[in-house]
Ligand binder design. Sequence first.
Ligand code: FMN
Length: 188
Amino acid sequence: MPHPVTELMLQRNSSARLSSPAPDRALLNTLFQTAFRAPDHGLLRPWRYLVIENEGLEKLGELFAASALDAEPELSQAKYDKCLKMPCRAPMVIVAIGCIKEDVKVPEVEQMLSAGVGVGYLLLSLQAEGFGGMWRTGPMAYNTKVHEALGLSASERIVGFLYVGTPEGKAKTIPTHDVDTFVKNWPN
Ligand SMILES: Cc1cc2nc3c(=O)[nH]c(=O)nc-3n(C[C@H](O)[C@H](O)[C@H](O)COP(=O)(O)O)c2cc1C
């Protein structure tokens, strides 16, 4: 029998359909502490997060739509409307930001990996507490207008938009993987 933590990890599943409630701030603070336990070369803490709820989600939608239009002036009305509604797919969006520090020993890729591991922990701890999430990026994560409006500096990157809430409907089937496909001994 796997340990309950191992079992939780085996059952980790993203949830595209999320409704209210999202975790309250007290629980969320504990969940963020799990993200802060990500392995971190040089203890640089190369991450920060923005929590967006309520009218903030509408504002984020307006920002997405305006930024998409700015990037593509010929954007169709349908695509514009889709961007407008995007953040309202969940009651909470957490913007995970990688904050790249100047360091001779720790390159940017390691710092982004560390921030990404934190997002993974956040997803796992959300699920452990009965909530769900979905890690998304897309063009908005790489759009400079979005970066500017969210207050990112030149050394910061969006790791992901984490959509958070209570999973709706039936959970997806967990895929199975053949370990030998991905894992080999070396030397053989
Ligand atoms: C960095 C990153 C960005 C992602 N961006 C998107 C995205 O924009 N849209 C999307 O549908 N899935 C995206 N995904 C994948 C989903 O979060 C999810 O992992 C995938 O649907 C598989 O589901 P599962 O996590 O339950 O296995 C992204 C994953 C990562 C790690």
